[in-house]
Design a protein around this ligand. Structure first.
Ligand code: SF4
Length: 229
């Protein structure tokens, strides 16, 4: 826990993953060729991994049609502005697979092992997001939650990452996550964003026309943007 009670840091999240789910994520059937090798790698990863995350409670203030302030820090996004309409609080967050697993993955020279290690890091990141979200739910009971992430949509560019990180007053550094010069997060298997309460739901993918995205969560709706005009 941070000395600022509105900031919560979870820096020793257990990497808890079901073997069947892990194999499915790695596109392997239980008992299939290579599944034992993949599970050996998973067990190695579990012993190394320390997924981490940080979130905070922030006060929301509408500045103008395209600008919202979180704890006084201004963000320019029409979609964020509309999504935060009528809410008084939001929850900026950063979650990561952790630097330990990132370094471990670099020790793998075999192409197949590197591919699996990448999938395992993704699972560790999902684990961090789930634990962080559950902690937030237990603390603040926000009801239905949705997230927006800088860089997911052109409307809210990656260049706003430093502003988002600034909300944590250095607490992000304790998770090991840092920004590159182009505002990408290192480790790559990290996610930043703002959780907010919503009755209508929101998924970035609904507004994203990118084709063949392996992470798409919901179909693209070419008319959805009209709700944000
Ligand atoms: S479709 Fe893919 S790139 Fe687009 S918002 Fe969804 S996950 Fe991100």
């Amino acid at each position: 826990m941070s000395s600022d009670e509105s900031i919560v840091i979870l820096d020793a999240i257990p990497f808890d993953v079901d073997e069947g789910d892990a194999l499915a994520a790695l596109h392997l059937e239980p008992g299939a060729a290579f599944s034992d090798e993949a599970l050996d790698l998973l067990h190695e990863a579990i012993s190394v991994a320390r997924p981490k995350g940080v979130y905070r409670l922030s006060a929301v203030e509408t500045i103008d049609d395209h600008t919202t302030a979180l704890d006084g820090v201004r963000f320019t996004s029409r979609i964020l502005r509309v999504n935060l309409e009528g809410v008084s609080r939001a929850f900026p967050f950063v979650a990561t697979c952790g630097v330990e697993l990132e370094e471990w993955s670099h020790s793998k020279a075999d192409v197949m092992q590197r591919f699996w290690a990448d999938g395992i890091k993704e699972l560790a990141l999902r684990c961090a997001i789930t634990v962080l979200g559950n902690h937030l739910t237990g603390r603040y009971q926000p009801g239905t939650r949705a997230a927006m992430n800088p860089g997911s949509l052109a409307d809210w560019p990656l260049s706003e990452q430093p502003r988002l990180f600034s909300l944590f007053g250095g607490a992000v550094e304790r998770t090991g996550v840092r920004l590159s010069e182009s505002f990408l997060m290192i480790p790559v298997k990290s996610v930043s964003g703002v959780w907010f309460e919503t009755d209508s739901g929101f998924v970035n993918c609904q507004l994203c026309p990118r084709e063949d995205c392996p992470n798409r969560r919901t179909p693209y709706d070419p008319h959805a943007l009209e709700n944000y005009a």
